[in-house]
Design a protein around this ligand. Structure first.
Ligand code: F6R
Length: 261
């Protein structure tokens, strides 16, 4: 795991989008794992810019989202399919048939989860997985106590997550209390992982996930087990990290970061 600190949220999102851009340039048929949420909106805006201004070509890419609310049809503006179509897919040249999310209206949860795992496998596995982190420490919707080897399944959301996300729902109580999510084991199978966290509200959980012990109480801590994970934070989200000086040094001195300066 490596930690990169950028001065502002915008610069952290910029670095994230440039890593994605580079991966697509290196492998045009990249299999990209995607997240939703407020943090990612800026990243998607930047990818749209890269498509419009630098001709970044998504035509051969395939995408798999981490999660979807159970009980929301695709046309519901709070479904993650709606979010992805609005924030990214409708604004770039991706073939919509190559964009996958779990079907939130599936009645057989086990069958839907197995199907999603199979689709990921059939597409060759995820090359680059993009992650955010919830205040509960979740990645995807892997809430505390999710098994570190878990696979895609249906999961009940914690009160912290419901409080974090119900602001998007009208009325707030209409927020679904369950979701399909890739498991932690599914996420750890990705060849490379980038987690982006910005803002002071994430400082406490980032410090626990990055510098604390690996524990199923904080799903993001499982990323410490992955050989190619980059955590990108802004100064605010880095606030509680003890080894900040070292992380700054890494960005300034490791040659792999030269092209991003
Ligand atoms: C959503 C997802 C979640 C979010 C997390 C942070 O697809 O995977 O883990 O990344 O809840 O959300 P924001 O960015 O809204 O703080």
């Amino acid at each position: 795991m490596e930690v990169i600190i950028r001065p502002t949220a915008d610069e952290a999102a910029e670095l994230t989008s440039r890593i994605i851009k580079k991966s697509i340039l290196e492998k045009p048929n990249l299999v990209l794992g995607l997240a939703t949420g407020g943090t990612m909106e800026v990243v998607y805006d930047k990818l749209v810019c890269a498509h419009k201004e630098d001709n970044l070509d998504f035509s051969l890419c395939r995408t798999f989202n981490l999660d979807e609310y159970i009980g929301l049809p695709v046309e519901d503006k709070n479904s993650y399919r709606y979010y992805m179509n609005k924030n990214l897919f409708s604004r770039i040249n991706i073939d919509i048939r190559n964009t996958y999310l779990p079907n939130g209206m599936a009645e057989n949860y086990t069958a839907e989860s197995k199907k999603y795992e199979r689709l990921i496998r059939e597409n060759g596995g995820i090359d680059l997985q993009l992650l955010g982190i919830g205040r509960s420490g979740h990645i995807g919707f892997n809430e505390p106590l999710s098994a570190l080897q878990s696979r895609t399944r249906e999961k009940a959301l914690t009160p912290v997550t419901i409080e974090q996300n119900e602001i998007y729902f009208e009325p707030p109580e209409s927020m679904p209390k369950r979701a399909f999510t890739m498991g932690i084991g599914t996420i750890l199978d990705a060849r490379k992982i980038v987690l982006l966290a910005t803002g002071e509200g994430k400082a406490g959980i980032i410090a626990k996930a990055v510098e604390g012990p690996v524990t199923s109480m904080i799903s993001a801590s499982a990323l410490q087990l992955h050989p190619k994970t980059t955590i990108i934070v802004d100064e605010s989200a880095a606030k509680n990290l003890e080894e900040k000086e070292y992380y700054h040094w890494l960005f300034e001195n490791e040659p792999e970061w030269d092209e991003y300066k």
